[in-house]
Design a protein around this ligand. Structure first.
Ligand code: ADP
Ligand code: MG
Length: 322
């Protein structure tokens, strides 16, 4: 199969959106944005053996490649619209392509995102996805809007994807009934699109958790010139997490483990009631984990009301400690 046959067979004909004037096939896609809307654009690249194992299930990989990009749209509160896909493949493996498309298009159809173009090249396996979303003008959830006094919140539970990775690496043993849960959190992240949209008129800042809460929240703190105070007892942990590792390790995974793709956001006290109703409405669990205060930009941790110092950020102690 040549490049054009692959594109025709696997990557065209999925598009059902009226705002796509021209999808794959011409030199550019042509897309129509409604009046008074802002375009939100984000790109992520996944490189084999850097961001995923090269032998990863292609269905899970197709899902993940789109999910991590949609998560960025969620973090801005945007409505997903269009996506383009640049694939670098070492060879034409139709079983792999079929699996990849199954995972990719299942998620694309769920959020009504149209694949509008891309690129195909030969080389070491790598996947670059660019998503486009729309936002009512002035409504984006940015990182620089947090104020002293705002509460800090996260959706879902934290650290489960990192726990799933440690399980896969053989560093921890998750009990059999909970293995599917952590594997799903690791391999099948679900972007918090509905929560992001619901937070548009409520949150003062937001981002998605891809590198770990501690580092990611620091981005909000620095962009907003405020200090984040986290209370570690408040961190939402899954039963799989608390059953598998000690509290200190659970906190470490929740703070520094990546790939959660939950949202972290700040909310002024004034909007607290509205937050409860809006997120309950879209069925998303969320937890208040601290607050923003005036002071030097950064993140500070407390446990039992006392300052808390995180242990070394290495995974080595998992081998001896569990
Ligand atoms: P060009 O030579 O202008 O770069 P290509 O030959 O790379 O064009 O692509 C031809 C058409 O197929 C373009 O419209 C492009 O957007 C589309 N396309 C290429 N790869 C993909 C892909 N993986 N998914 C969807 N569309 C693709
Ligand atoms: Mg090209």
């Amino acid at each position: 199969m040549n490049e054009f046959e692959i594109i025709k067979q696997y990557f065209t004909g999925h598009c059902g959106r009226k705002d796509v004037i021209m999808g794959p096939g011409d030199d550019c896609a042509l897309l129509q944005l409604p009046p008074n809307t802002t375009l939100a654009v984000s790109t992520d690249t996944l490189v084999a053996n850097v961001h995923f194992f090269a032998d990863m299930d292609p269905v899970a990989l197709g899902h993940r490649a789109l999910a991590v990009n949609l998560s960025d749209l969620a973090a801005m509160g945007a409505d997903p619209c269009w996506v383009s896909l640049a694939l670098t493949l070492p060879e034409v493996n139709e079983a792999w392509l079929k699996g990849f498309c199954e995972g990719f298009f299942e998620l694309a159809e769920y959020y009504n995102v149209a694949l509008v173009g891309g690129d195909m090249t030969k080389g070491p396996l790598s996947i670059t996805v660019t998503v486009h979303g729309s936002l009512p003008q002035g409504k984006a959830l940015r990182r620089d809007g947090a104020k002293a006094g705002d509460g800090i919140y996260v959706t879902g539970t934290l650290g489960d994807a990192a726990l799933g990775l440690q399980q896969q690496l053989g560093n921890v043993t998750v009990a059999e009934p909970q293995q599917a849960f952590v594997r799903t959190k690791f391999e099948h992240p679900h972007p918090r699109i509905l929560a992001g949209q619901a937070l548009r008129d409520i949150a003062s800042s937001a981002l998605d958790l891809s590198d770990g809460l501690l580092g990611d929240l620091a981005h909000i703190a620095h962009a907003s010139h405020v200090r984040a105070q986290l209370e570690l007892e408040l961190l939402p942990l899954s039963k799989a997490m608390t059953d598998t590792v000690k509290q200190e390790q659970a906190w470490q995974l929740a703070l520094t483990g990546g790939d959660d793709y939950e949202l972290c956001f700040t909310v002024p006290e004034l909007h607290r009631g509205q937050l409860e109703t809006s997120l309950a409405h879209c069925g998303v669990k969320f937890t208040r984990i601290g607050r923003m205060v005036a002071g030097e930009a950064g993140v500070e941790l407390t446990a039992d009301g006392k300052p808390y110092q995180l242990a070394a950020r290495s995974w080595d102690h998992f081998r001896s400690g569990v």
